[in-house]
Ligand binder design. Structure first.
Ligand code: HEC
Length: 130
């Protein structure tokens, strides 16, 4: 009985080895590692407005920075508006202030560091829309 089990395991091991050898011989290349579908924002992909930044601004900023609120609330509802705020209105430095510091955005306090990092990387990656 024990011998049968050992034999079965050995056969399984040899079979799996020869399977992968055959696969590589046929394909001629080593299979690439699949990307993780639950984590689309890997450090190697470019951050874009549509994919990453818009949802952060929508959740944390447009309650105040909606279109047509008043002159003191610069609207942040479109790609062009948010890009312009990074380039001309110090958006990046505002979000990196500490909670309680004058000018911090959102006013209630600093966002999660992951959100701040994404927006900073968006700028580094060239402020792309898509
Ligand atoms: C509770 C309301 C409120 C929220 C939420 C808020 N802001 Fe503001 N924001 C203001 C007000 C009021 C001003 C104008 C006063 C000032 O400059 O601090 C302002 C000013 C700014 C300015 C400068 C605009 C200019 O034309 O000089 C930027 C950039 C900015 N906010 C970005 C953001 C971002 C990004 C978020 C979200 C991460 C955010 N704000 C969330 C109320 C808010």
């Amino acid at each position: 009985m024990k011998k049968t089990i050992v034999l079965t395991i050995l056969v399984a091991v040899f079979a799996s080895c020869s399977d992968s050898d055959t696969f590589q011989d046929i394909e001629g290349t080593t299979p690439t590692t699949p990307t993780n579908p639950t984590n689309p924002t890997t450090p190697t992909t470019s951050v874009t407005y549509t994919k990453d930044v818009k949802s952060i601004i929508d959740a944390n900023c447009i309650s105040c920075h909606a279109s047509g609120r008043s002159a003191s609330f610069r609207p942040l509802t479109t790609f062009a508006q948010v890009k312009a705020a990074v380039e001309n209105a110090g958006l990046l430095s505002r979000i990196q202030l500490q909670t309680g510091q004058q000018g911090i955005m959102p006013q209630a306090g600093r966002m999660a560091q992951a959100n701040i990092d994404l927006i900073v990387k968006w700028n580094t990656d060239g402020l792309k829309e898509n």
